[in-house]
Design a protein around this ligand. Structure first.
Ligand code: ADP
Ligand code: MG
Length: 552
């Protein structure tokens, strides 16, 4: 067969400058595209072999990424199905570009919105290369090995070559602006990011070891990926320790997660994954701990999952793998996409189901972890109506004695004793058990129960509970409202002369910050025989307004 030249099947002559210009910020994804193609070719050969259509060996099924600094090339090689001259014509010269062209026509004016995950595929190589060669031998018997070559104009050449090994080598002649892609460390970082869980071993360089005072290459291949990540396996085949080990692989150096959920659905969309409830350190800062990662057939896409998962799940960690999430569009599009909405709704339901299951099957464990998971559940209930309705069943309230109650259980407990004359049940709570100790004591001695509401989201959460639980009102234990629950005759009045009272009031009031004076009341009516004889109470309404303002 002779050398053939031709024009790639595109109408725009200057598509390459367009590729380079618009996709500037995401140059690095070319490597993901080429490695995924190599994986696809390898998997296709496996499939053909399982159907008996390919009868040769399947050894050496790996993908290799190699740098040749002197030649200025980066090569991605596989031992997959390879391509015949006809295949190249069909898949590279004609088909491959149509997608890119359509894409560019559509998004040219809105280039800044593109997240860059659009599967421009093979041609993304031209973002970093001045020339690209394909050297390939098809698995089909009697095939002639071919080389396709293109220097970035729509013209290409194709010619027969010598190549003994089945499969494809894509050789990129890296251009001057992108020389960093000839650095081993840069390539390894990218492979670790995008290819960490690909299903075929990806080899890049050699393993290194410490020798004679410096890091030295060994003769062992450096395999980048774990080809069988936990989320691709059946839950029945995994132990708790497997889940924890996978968590450590994803987020090294963190405390063990509290719970996990293995997602697996194939209708009406395909989705797998594992979500973890991490132990959240003092403040809400999941960005530093590592976020949920989105994969498409084991290829890393992004960890910017806003809009794909419900807002409260931004506190969770783990992996979601779905070929059905459209990856090639802007984020605002992603958020309004109906498939994404369905997926998001599904995940919410799954998370609620799993929490319900843990609560029902092992309430002791659930209670033991409550302080840590409370933030997920409260945040979920505050931001997601559907989740709130499901979580009403298992959200817990904790009282000052450390006992846990569901909403229904708690209502039943306090209804007989803490209902005021309007028929509203008054939920007493403390935001600081130590500072408010005297008030708690007075209340519990009266037979009332006091809840601990000292979490980061509790002041908002109380507002939600007042809406969700009929005829309920939450009142802080040191507020003046509590007096109304206690009958006059039960109170003990301190035995003081009016003058003593005045003097004491002055002393107590002098301790209240000037700005707050009007909100506080000094009273000499002890709430019980053993309670403190003098109390300062704060107006509940004023206090809440302030708390809310402080949260903004
Ligand atoms: P896509 O992967 O979405 O089909 P690409 O532009 O990445 O689009 O690739 C176009 C086509 O070129 C592939 O579908 C495949 O048929 C062929 N191809 C690309 N790389 C390889 C390879 N390494 N081995 C065999 N065929 C390949
Ligand atoms: Mg591809």
């Amino acid at each position: 067969m002779d050398t053939k030249t031709g024009k790639i099947g595109v109408t725009t002559d200057n598509i390459f400058p367009v590729i380079k210009k618009f996709l500037y910020s995401d140059h690095e994804i070319f490597l993901r595209e080429l490695v995924s193609n190599a994986i696809d070719a390898t998997q296709k050969l496996r499939t053909l072999s399982s159907f008996g259509e390919y009868k040769g060996t399947l050894d050496d099924m790996n993908v290799r990424v190699a740098i040749d600094k002197e030649a200025g090339t980066l090569t991605v090689s596989d031992h997959g199905i390879g391509m015949t001259a006809e295949d190249i014509d069909k898949y590279i010269n004609q088909i491959a570009f149509s997608g890119a062209e359509e894409f560019l026509a559509k998004y040219k004016d809105r280039a800044e919105n593109i997240i860059g995950h659009f599967g421009l595929g093979f041609y993304s190589a031209f973002m970093v290369a001045k020339k690209v060669e394909i050297r390939t031998l098809s698995y089909k018997e009697g095939s002639q090995a071919m080389m396709w070559s293109c220097d970035g104009s729509p013209e290409y050449t194709m010619e027969p070559i010598e190549k003994k090994e089945r499969g494809t080598n894509i050789v990129l002649y890296i251009d001057d602006d992108n020389k960093d892609f000839l650095e081993q460390a840069r390539i390894d970082t990218l492979l670790k990011k995008y290819c960490r869980f690909l299903p075929v071993p990806v080899i890049s360089g050699k393993q290194q070891e410490w020798k004679d005072g410096k890091m030295t290459d060994t003769d062992r291949d450096n395999v980048i990926n774990n080809t069988e990540p936990a989320w691709t396996k059946k839950p029945a085949d995994l132990t708790d320790e497997d889940y924890r080990a996978f968590y450590r692989e994803l987020y090294p150096g963190q405390d063990d997660p509290l719970f996990w959920i293995h997602l697996n659905v194939d209708y009406p969309f395909t989705l797998t994954g594992i979500l973890y409830f991490p132990k959240i350190k003092s403040n809400i800062d999941i960005n530093r701990q590592g976020r949920i990662q989105l994969y498409c057939n084991q290829v890393f896409v992004t960890d910017s999952v806003e809009g794909v998962v419900p807002e409260f799940m931004m506190l969770m960690q783990g992996v979601i793998d779905s070929p059905d999430i459209p990856l090639n569009v802007s984020r605002s599009y992603l958020q309004s996409d109906s498939a994404v909405k369905k997926i998001s709704g599904y995940i919410t339901r799954k998370v609620a189901d799993r929490l319900d299951e843990i609560f029902t099957q092992n309430r002791t464990d659930f209670e033991a972890k409550w302080d840590d998971i409370k933030i997920f559940i409260e945040y979920g209930m505050l931001t997601d109506e559907k989740f709130a309705d499901r979580a009403k069943k298992f959200v817990l309230l904790k009282d000052t004695e450390g006992k846990f109650f569901t909403l229904d259980e708690y209502k039943a407990l306090i209804e007989p004793t803490q209902t005021d004359k309007d028929g509203t049940t008054v939920y007493l709570y403390t935001t600081d058990p130590t500072a408010q100790y005297n008030y708690i004591n007075a209340a519990t001695e009266r037979g009332y129960d006091v809840l601990v509401m000292d979490g980061q989201l509790d002041s908002h959460f109380i507002g939600l509970l007042e809406q969700k639980v009929e005829k309920s009102r939450f009142v802080r234990v040191d507020s003046d409202v509590i007096d109304n629950l206690i009958s006059k005759e039960d109170r003990k009045v301190a035995d003081l002369t009016p003058l003593q009272r005045n003097e004491l009031t002055t002393i107590f009031r002098s301790q209240i910050p000037a700005v707050d004076k009007a909100e506080f009341l000094v009273s000499f009516e002890a709430l019980s025989a053993t309670a403190a004889p003098v109390m300062i109470t704060q107006n509940e309404y004023m206090r809440r307004m302030k708390d809310m303002a402080a949260m903004q």
